[in-house]
Design a protein around this ligand. Structure first.
Ligand code: HEM
Length: 173
């Protein structure tokens, strides 16, 4: 099922989710680095990584919802997409709470509750990320109709099924 929100021929959502996924996961790693080293700089990096992750998540959610609304009702993809989308809203809320809990602390040092809430967000993101993979790799959401190993370039304006101009010609890209 082809994505509705694309840039340069490719779905926007998988492009954008690297920011929230990477930054929020990095914040948990920096929290861990602080715990083992007691170095305050790590808590500051973690604090701002959460800010970037939350902003990136809000931006990435927009094409996610656009693609979800285009999934036909009554399908498994629609249900999985809903759990994935709402689960990721939950991920963002958990990290927002963790951020609120540390924002007034000297050096943004997280207390035990802030660490636990971030940890819960990290685990939930693992589950929702798996569901995202299920959506794309198993259910074909965001994949062009008739995608195949000889499909023409996404920028060519031709459908993926139009292999005539690729197979046996000099056009390689
Ligand atoms: C921070 C928020 C989010 C993250 C980190 C995230 C993560 C992901 C990941 C990892 C994939 C698989 C991408 C791939 O394998 O190429 C995916 C796909 C998908 N996600 Fe999300 N997601 C987020 C929010 C949302 C929301 C709010 C929705 C709305 C329902 C949504 C709907 C979808 C859909 C429909 C797909 C299938 C691929 C596509 O349409 O581009 N996602 N997401």
């Amino acid at each position: 099922m082809e994505s509705r929100a694309k840039a340069l021929g490719h779905p926007l959502h998988p492009i954008l989710i690297v920011f929230p996924l990477g930054l929020l996961a990095a914040s948990v790693l920096f929290d861990g680095a602080y715990l083992v080293s007691d170095t305050r700089e790590f808590t500051i990096v973690s604090f701002w990584a959460i800010v970037g992750g939350l902003l990136g998540g809000i931006v990435a959610a927009v094409p996610g919802w656009i693609d979800w609304f285009a999934i036909p009702a009554g399908t498994r993809a629609r249900r999985v997409g809903l759990v994935h989308g709402l689960g990721n809203v939950g991920v963002l809320l958990l990290f927002a709470l963790s951020w609120l809990l540390r924002r007034n602390e000297p050096g943004y040092v997280p207390d035990t509750l802030a660490l636990l809430v971030s940890g819960a967000g990290f685990l939930l993101a693992g589950l929702t990320g798996w569901l995202g993979g299920e959506l794309v790799d198993r259910l074909g959401v965001g994949v062009d109709e008739h995608a195949n190993l000889n499909a023409p370039n996404s920028l060519s304006g031709r459908p993926a099924s139009d292999t005539q101009s690729v197979v046996g010609s000099v056009r390689k890209w």
